[in-house]
Design a protein around this ligand. Structure first.
Ligand SMILES: [Zn+2]
Length: 334
């Protein structure tokens, strides 16, 4: 086996970067370009940036310590707002995209939920959701177990009722029930034809994706439909990953593809599917730095959320995160 003894990285994950200017499809939280600019300035002073593919490739020429910037969900914000700032600071990034918006013209449920939550408010959305549930499936709610999460503390900052609702939406009520309810509510609230507009306003276009590749960014797989992989059996997991990978391969000609697992969850079946599909690496949301050992077993690379890496008030980079890869050095060449 090839040796990769000392390489380390901090992976920082972003979703949306945009000015606070709510349109028809509004988000509750995102980074502003000003904050992102300052985050890049701080990181670029001390570290260099890498993409997922080169980080796991022992033959690549990446520094001993680097930052892997990633963007999940393929928001058009990457092109519109993040790209000029990334290029200004000489930073590269890996952008993880789901196939569903492109193959079927549909919004991912995670964004459908976000837009409904913002529009109706948490209480309004809660009440409409369960009313719709009862009408379709009765008053007994069917819930799947959370065994796959291994004791992970979901939504620990939310009050209990909100926490339970978000768990039902994203993890517990079967997809076969949640999907039609969300479709119906979205059409009711935003209009029957709104989904196509929302897709256009939310995600990178095909042309954007090609441009990003031309400009040296890496596109990665965020699966087909953004399902929680360990909720699915092996065959279904493999299909989710394979559909996303095949679509991206056809679009870009890239053959070595990395995967960011939706919500970060993965299990032994995920790893087996990744191996069988010949993929390169898998990124989780386990909050710690990437160590040399992680790079040898590439199916669960840890990754921070941007909120873990910069103070919400001051926007200063957190030493507890970055000193893991910079301690004892004077910067990229130290
Ligand atoms: Zn995602």
């Amino acid at each position: 086996m090839t040796q990769m003894p000392t390489r380390r990285a901090v992976a920082v994950n972003y979703h949306f970067v945009r000015p606070a200017r709510p349109g028809r499809f509004a988000l509750r939280a995102h980074e502003t370009p000003e904050r992102f600019d300052r985050q890049l300035a701080q990181m670029s002073k001390r570290l260099r940036f890498c993409r997922a593919g080169e980080l796991v490739d022992p033959r690549s020429d990446v520094p001993e310590s680097s930052v892997l910037l990633s963007f999940d969900d393929g928001a058009r914000d990457v092109m519109a707002w993040a790209l000029p700032l990334l290029e200004k600071h000489g930073a590269t990034a890996s952008i993880f995209v789901c196939a569903l918006p492109y193959l079927e013209g549909r919004l991912l449920e995670i964004q459908k939920i976000e837009y409904l939550m913002k529009k109706l408010g948490i209480d309004g959305f809660h009440d409409s959701f369960y009313a719709e549930y009862e009408q379709r499936f009765g008053s007994e709610i069917e819930r799947e177990p959370l065994d796959f999460a291994g004791g992970y503390e979901f939504y620990r900052y939310d009050v209990e009722a909100v926490r339970r609702f978000k768990l039902d939406l994203n993890y517990r009520i079967p997809y076969a029930q949640v999907t039609p309810i969300l479709d119906a509510l979205f059409a009711k609230v935003f209009g029957a034809d709104a989904e196509a507009d929302a897709v256009r306003e939310t995600y990178l276009s095909i042309d954007d994706l090609k441009q990003l590749v031309d400009r040296g960014f890496e596109l990665g797989v965020h699966t087909h439909r953004h399902r929680v992989l360990p909720r699915l059996d092996f065959e279904a997991q493999k299909r989710e990953i394979e559909t996303g990978a095949a679509w991206l391969r056809d679009l870009t000609g890239q053959t070595r593809l990395s995967v960011a697992y939706p919500y970060g969850f993965h299990d032994e079946n995920t790893h087996r599917a990744m191996r069988e599909l010949g993929l390169q690496a898998g990124l989780s949301m386990e909050r710690r730095a990437i160590t040399p050992r992680d790079l040898l077993d590439r199916w669960g690379l840890p990754r921070y959320d941007v909120n873990d890496c910069f103070d919400r008030e001051s926007n200063e980079m957190k030493e507890s995160v970055f000193s893991q890869i910079t301690a004892g050095t004077q910067g990229p060449n130290g």
